[in-house]
Design a protein around this ligand. Structure first.
Ligand code: GMT
Length: 380
């Protein structure tokens, strides 16, 4: 199949998932055409059947807001015609689903019927998409898609609750390539971070308010009082300077390291003991799944899709949003019980395997086949 994938090229989970899906489909022989404004961060090196089409948005003095959606729809039309695209898969509804609708209408006039599949990732529904500034367009373009998928049951239900859906939403969970996260021994790196064999706690996010990174620091401070530990903070975003200040005021500079944005999460996970994700909401929590694939138990909140991935008392622990006492107590207890900790690490990997790339990617392929079949039945 010739498949067009539209996503955000950044470090966000939706872009990461879309890129990993494209790479996996290319491995299976499909031709994958990424259409976005920058090279997706996880794309990496050269792949024979992966192509990247950049969306450029010309500026003009009249435009206070350059019209990205129009440029995106026009690029979609161009790529679909010239690369003979069979199907367009857009990740994150805003503005990808509505741009795809526009492209599809243009192509229908040319006698080309290219179905659009929209995958909902989270904030496109729960935060941004629900805002009345966007919701009529998001609702319309979801309903006009040939199929809509959500990355968790919780996100599916939230979408039904908040939008007038005429379309059924299929759940296709996010996935992880567990092989990539086999613990790689990285002793020298570990020695630099934790020279006295301290425990290593990890958090990774885009440092937005919804991630509650301040709770990560508060939890760490409590744990470190009883168990000598180090905290690694991966990522960057609007809250970073406030978090740096909180760290300066509450703990020793030597105990916390800001690593910035990182592509090689597997190397950092390989030296980590626990992953902390205290978010206000996560539709899924792809980083938590990657942690589990690296046998790193997850201390998370109990919101959104997180309980579908992180099983309380089995693969990690779930706490109420903001309950830093509960989170730190779970960590202290777990790190003090070697046997329970070892078991939880194994459980984390077993659970992550349920979301392995080899079982999830075929679900997308089946969906593509179904959509193309339904379309050809309608046309005949
Ligand atoms: O978490 C973010 O802010 C990034 C966001 C995105 O769109 O890239 O992540 C969302 O999609 C990920 C991939 O499906 C999910 O794992 C994240 O849980 C989800 N984020 C939220 O729901 C807040």
């Amino acid at each position: 199949m010739n498949i067009g994938i539209v996503c955000y090229p950044t470090f966000g989970g939706s872009g990461v998932l879309a890129t990993e899906l494209g790479k996996a489909l290319a491995e299976k022989g499909h031709n994958i055409h990424f259409i976005t404004y920058d090279q997706p961060v996880r794309l990496g090196g050269f792949h024979t059947n992966i192509f990247y089409h950049e969306v450029t948005v010309p500026t003009y003095p009249l435009f206070d807001y350059p019209p990205y959606e129009t440029a995106l729809a026009s690029t979609m039309v161009d790529v679909i015609i010239n690369q003979k695209i069979d199907l367009l898969h857009v990740h994150y509804a805003i503005p990808h689903a509505s741009a795809a609708y526009m492209a599809r209408q243009i192509l229908l006039k040319e006698g080309l019927n290219v179905p659009v599949i929209t995958t909902l990732h989270g904030t496109d529904i729960t935060l941004v998409g629900r805002d009345k500034t966007y919701s009529p367009v998001v609702t319309f373009s979801m309903n006009e898609s040939a199929a809509v998928t959500a990355v968790s049951k919780n996100l599916r239900d939230e979408t039904y609750k908040n939008f007038k859906m005429e379309k059924e939403i299929e759940v296709i969970y996010n996935f992880v390539d567990a092989k990539r996260f086999n613990k790689i021994p990285v002793t020298p790196f570990k020695q630099v971070i934790a020279p006295n064999n301290e425990k290593i706690l990890l958090h990774a996010s885009n440092f937005r308010k919804i991630k509650r990174v301040d709770d990560v620091v508060k939890v760490f401070v409590k744990v470190n009082e009883l168990i000598p530990s180090k905290l690694l903070l991966v990522g960057d975003g609007p809250e970073r300077s406030a978090i740096e200040e909180l760290c300066r005021n509450t703990c020793s500079r030597a105990d916390i390291r800001f690593l910035g944005r990182q592509e090689q999460m597997e190397e950092i996970l390989a030296i980590s003991d626990l992953f902390i994700l205290p978010s206000e909401y996560e539709s899924f929590g792809l980083v938590a799944l990657e942690a589990m694939a690296a046998e790193v138990p997850v201390i998370s909140t109990n919101v959104g899709g997180l309980p579908e991935i992180n099983i309380n008392g089995v693969t990690g622990f779930l706490s109420d949003v903001g309950d830093v006492d509960d989170m730190s107590q779970h960590i202290i207890k777990l790190l003090s019980d070697e046997k329970a900790f070892a078991k939880m690490k194994k459980n984390a990997l077993v659970q992550a395997m349920k979301f392995d790339i080899d079982s999830i990617v075929p679900q997308y392929e089946d969906l593509y086949q179904r959509v193309l079949k339904e379309m050809s039945v309608l046309e005949s």
